[in-house]
Design a protein around this ligand. Sequence first.
Ligand code: EPS
Length: 389
Amino acid sequence: MRYLTAGESHGPQLTTIIEGVPAGVPLTAEDINNELARRQKGHGRGRRMQIEKDQVKIVSGVRHGYTLGSPITLVVENNDWKHWTNIMGIEPTELDEADIKRKVSRPRPGHADLNGAIKYGHRDMRNVLERSSARETTVRVAAGAVAKKVLSELGIQVGGHVLEIGGVKAQPAQYESLSQLQEVTEESPVRCFDSTAGVKMMEAIDQAKQNGDSIGGIVEVIVEGVPVGVGSYVHYDRKLDSKIAAAVISINAFKGVEFGIGFKAAEVPGSQVHDEIIWDEQAGYTRRTNNLGGFEGGMTTGMPIVVRGVMKPIPTLYKPLKSVDIETKEPFEASIERSDSCAVPAASVVAESVVAWELANAIVEQFGQDRIQLIQENIEKANEWARNF
Ligand code: EPS
């Protein structure tokens, strides 16, 4: 499977074309809209989210509620476009460059503005920020919603939550099932299982907002019901954990990724890291622990995939940071009007989406591409094989 996204943050719409989704997967606009709504929520979002009510239009690849196997096109219109039709107009303009409103000549430290402008030769850095904006994650979540539908047909469940915001850490989540984790975090304005930490996270966000600042955090994605041996050790670009890592890092503002105990593995001896292997008739081979987060040798072990990503604070700040105007070369203190002070809860939904995409893609590639029933049969056979091996 593959997908492309297109669209500017204040342009008319965001679009994705998804190719290679097997035929026979039940899919409705409501399935996708539920995920889009989850991404829009979260304490710390700015005023833009009051303007947008993201709704998908499925314009190809689905008939009477089932995927056809043909390319699926998803469109999400930007409500804000009506305020930007002149500034973001597609047709040539009579206006001089200097008269175009909302021209950006002052790069924000930490954003794509300056490097993108130098790279593409844009004197107006709006040409960079419109596409580098995290608004694009809307359609990545839409594509992820399709991937989640594929996985759910195969008995694979994806969940996510927030572990840390602005230095406030949640207690390790003692959930009974992934469904329970999802139920609880869905009610939390910061998607945190630990409600006490959740309150402190909200206070930290409010404090940052008051200071004109922004804060980042850590999100975790968990996937259950994964067959053994998805991905491969035989070549670097077939290792599924590396693809998932790349997908997580590709989310706007993400700076790090780890699986299982991750960076803590540097501190403890191997005897406390590696997961002991056990076997019983019903479950086949499993592990006593899951320190490696569901991967050994770039392949799934059958234990839950556990992957975390760290998001830096959003670089669009009310609080001025020093930068240089590219027209005058004068130093100035950047001051920006509208932004989110924290988008970590939203980013946890984006992280679920990109992980779901990579896994669905690998499974479809490995177990049969054309129709979902064939993949179901092949996975059942593979599970049976692994149990009796
Ligand atoms: C963003 C800036 C803000 C955010 C936006 C990402 O938008 P605006 O510039 O219109 O105020 O709200 O996020 C979204 C629009 C979204 O859907 O997540 C940025 O500069 O990255």
